[in-house]
Design a binder for this molecule. Structure first.
Ligand code: 48F
Length: 264
């Protein structure tokens, strides 16, 4: 084995600090911010980055993937109903067709491949960062999000009053899952009404979620389970094709909006 280069502590610390701050500074303004790095957010991030746009995925955890690491009941097997396997093919994830129209794969393999695909495409990741509010312009359009370090949520109240920072963007995607955290900021201010997620019904849910993936408020798109929460659609439980295709649909809508703001 070659000898390790004689690089010391100060160079290592400087590399971390300067690379992080340079990148953060660059992404204070972007084409798209995706809040939530679960399956729908990751597919959206990959597709938007592949279209050559500047996109950042903000994830409150130290890891990406959301609910995609496990298939249901803590068992690491992910199911997709046809045509969901087409996305597994794109990601080179092996799967087994267990009955007509139903494929099963290893959750960690699918999740890790999707994360890698989003990063390979050029999506930037801000992890351990949570979105605590939105930026709204006087023309009633979402123009960014307000972020802070996630660990702040675990500090005692007396020291937790630490100001966040805003980021500007052309379009925001709420991919925060069942909680629809970004949408909530509009609901709290009576700027939007939502229905709340319906009971589980897989056959109805997946198509409906993909179809209703759309701009819910100027500059804000919903993707994944957030769509079910906004429109009162049934939840789909332990199957993921609808999440993956909802992310794809969200990217299509975001690219149209970004193009419109570029043309206009
Ligand atoms: O929950 P999640 O996986 O969302 P999704 O893409 O997929 C849902 C499925 O996993 C599953 C299902 C369908 O089969 O029912 O639940 O809709 O990922 C959401 C991600 O958003 C992050 C959260 O940590 C998770 O990784 N998140 C939530 N709120 C915030 C956030 C926030 N305020 N700021 C940053 N990240």
């Amino acid at each position: 084995m070659d000898k390790f280069s004689p690089v010391g502590e100060k160079e290592i610390t400087r590399a971390i600090v300067s690379e992080f701050t340079t990148e953060f500074n660059e992404y204070v303004e972007s084409d798209c911010i995706i809040v939530g790095g679960g399956p729908s957010g990751l597919v959206a991030g990959r597709d938007i980055a592949r279209a050559g746009k500047k996109v950042v995925i903000i994830e409150r955890n130290n890891y990406l993937g959301g609910g995609f690491w496990s298939g249901g009941y803590l068992m690491p097997k992910v199911t997709v109903r046809h045509p969901g396997e087409k996305l597994l093919d794109e990601l080179n994830v092996p799967y087994k067709v267990v009955s007509e129209g139903l494929a099963v794969c290893d959750a960690p393999h699918a999740c890790a491949s999707l994360i890698a695909a989003a990063c390979d495409a050029g999506a930037k990741i801000f992890s351990l960062t949570f979105v605590e509010d939105i930026v709204v312009r006087e023309d009633k359009r979402i123009a960014g999000v307000v972020v802070n370090w996630s660990p702040i949520n675990h500090l005692p109240k007396e020291v937790a009053a630490l100001d966040p920072v805003p980021l500007e963007t052309k379009v925001v995607i709420d991919a925060t899952g069942h909680e629809a955290e970004v949408v909530k900021k509009l609901v709290q201010r009576d700027m939007l009404k939502v229905k709340g997620e319906g009971a589980l019904w897989i056959e109805k849910s997946e198509e409906a979620v993909v179809e209703r993936t759309s701009e819910v408020y100027p500059g804000l798109i919903v993707a994944g389970m957030a769509v079910a929460s906004v429109y009162g659609l049934p939840r789909m439980g332990p199957t993921f094709g609808g999440m993956l295709f909802s992310g794809r649909r969200a990217a299509e809508v975001a690219l149209k909006i970004a193009k419109g703001s570029q043309d206009g």
